[in-house]
Design a protein around this ligand. Structure first.
Ligand code: ADP
Length: 457
């Protein structure tokens, strides 16, 4: 029996409860039987004594001489194992069976126990009124058959309890092992599952009980783990891939510049290249760090009140030069009142910059980018709309995925790594909000973010 196993504990408890139950049951059976048998003997004795008294009164012999004969006749009809003594008013024995029997006092008119010649009896003494005067009858029935039955039953129960307990414990242990056998199988399999074979699952017992539900829950958890690990691996692979190109460029630029002595302008050009790629890598690493942290911490970090009208104005001022370079009109439509949401100012600002920057990036020269703020009773919606190239329907479900770019070559030209919208979506989710992408009627894209207002947040 394995120590610390549920099977052993169940068996111990089961045996203890079984023993207690058996002891209680046996004691009650034994006491009840003893009580009933003694009560039975007592009522038999009382009946016999009453019968004897009646017999004496009915027969009531005139002469003392015939009384022992009458009593002897009656005595013959009584159970073999009995004592009978009849005394006259002076206490002289009229009849004694067996001979030599003397009065064994006790009981005061009620049945009482006595020992005579190493045998146990239940006796009763009564006074009977006859014509000739009163006589004293002493009648005793052997209690040995009853005592023997009670004793034997006691022996049987004492011997039976350990036997039943041992059988019960063995049966209980076998049943618990049988019921818990799938747990061993599950434990064995769970031990073999690691990072290298996360796609394996635990065997599900078809028992429709707690064990089946437990294994199904574990399998669901394994599936979630597998998906999370695969996302992390993908993320790491994509990140390394993205970093490889700028690192190679930096190394080549440095190696080239160092290969021979060059004029200062060439060194400067190489250093500028290195500086540009380093900045590019810094941005990429910051984005990667943000997403990696967000994966483990779903809060925004700092929280406070963010006033959206002012924030939008600020972001538009910052990005206006970018729009101007491409002769894009940056239109802002806000309600002209304070609209407050709970959240992180820097995170919401970053999200708006991503959406507006993308809108400007993917809108051809001369186009228009609009940002609208619509307050509602419980939330405020920020809409960023452009007249740009739009997002094809089949790519709409993927644009929020990390490193996803519709046209990688175009996106790379503009310095994008396909992380902007993933970051925007993470920020929106951290604020308990949702971001929605819709096509604009004129071919561009519409990104709508609904944030819960400060009071309801
Ligand atoms: P990137 O940094 O490459 O722009 P994003 O995650 O911001 O990455 O965007 C993912 C892809 O979604 C982009 O490569 C681009 O193809 C597409 N996209 C994003 N915003 C727009 C937009 N306003 N108009 C058209 N395409 C867009």
């Amino acid at each position: 029996m394995k120590t610390g196993s549920i099977g052993a504990q169940l068996t111990l408890w089961y045996t203890a409860v079984l023993c207690l139950g058996l002891i209680l049951f046996s004691c009650s059976i034994w006491l009840a039987l003893r009580h009933f048998l003694h009560a039975d003997l007592e009522s038999a004795l009382v009946d016999q004594a009453r019968g004897l008294n009646k017999y004496l009164q009915i027969e009531d012999p005139d002469a003392d001489a015939s009384l022992p004969v009458e009593i002897d006749e009656y005595s013959q009809s009584m159970p073999q194992d009995h004592l009978l003594l009849v005394l006259d008013a002076k206490g002289q024995p009229i009849y004694a069976a067996p001979t030599g029997l003397t009065l064994q006092p006790g009981g005061a008119g009620k049945p009482y126990k006595l020992r005579w010649k190493d045998h146990t009896y239940l006796a009763v003494v009564q006074t009977v009124l006859l014509k000739e005067g009163r006589v004293l009858t002493f009648l005793a029935l052997s209690s040995e058959p009853v005592d023997r039955a009670v004793y034997l039953l006691g022996l049987l129960l004492i011997a039976g309890i350990p036997l039943f307990a041992v059988c019960g414990a063995a049966g209980g242990f076998w049943l618990s092992r049988r019921a818990l056998r799938p747990v061993d199988a599950i434990t064995e399999r769970a031990r073999t599952i690691g990072l290298n074979n996360l796609s394996e699952r635990l065997p599900v017992p078809n028992t429709n009980d707690e064990l089946q539900r437990l294994t199904e829950t574990w399998n669901a958890m394994l599936a979630r783990l597998e998906s999370a690990i695969s996302k992390i691996s993908q993320f790491t692979a994509d990140a390394s891939h993205e970093l490889r190109t700028p690192v190679a460029i930096v190394r080549l630029a440095a190696e080239n510049a160092l290969r021979k002595t060059r004029p200062e302008a060439e060194y400067r050009a190489a250093l500028e290249r290195i500086q540009k790629e380093s900045e590019n890598m810094t941005h990429l690493i910051e984005d990667l760090l943000f997403l990696a942290r967000a994966d483990f911490d779903h809060s925004t970090g700092e929280t406070g009140t963010v006033e959206l009208e002012g924030l939008i104005e600020d972001v538009c001022l910052d990005l206006n030069p970018l729009a101007e370079v491409k002769s894009i009109t940056l239109r802002r439509k806000t309600p002209g009142q304070h609209v407050e949401v709970a959240g992180s100012l820097s995170a919401l600002r970053r999200m708006l910059v991503i959406l507006l920057d993308n809108a400007i990036k993917y809108t051809p020269e001369g186009g228009m980018v609009s940002i609208l703020l619509e307050p509602h009773s419980e939330h405020a919606t920020i809409i960023v709309e452009d007249t740009g190239i739009g997002i094809p329907e089949e790519a709409r479900g993927q644009v929020f995925q990390r490193f996803f770019r519709i046209d990688p070559s175009r996106s790379k030209e503009s310095g994008g790594h396909g992380l902007g919208l993933a970051i925007a979506q993470t920020i929106v989710a951290q604020h308990g909000a949702a971001i929605e992408l819709r096509p604009a009627s004129h071919g561009g894209s519409i990104f709508a973010v609904s944030l819960p207002l400060r009071a309801s947040a």
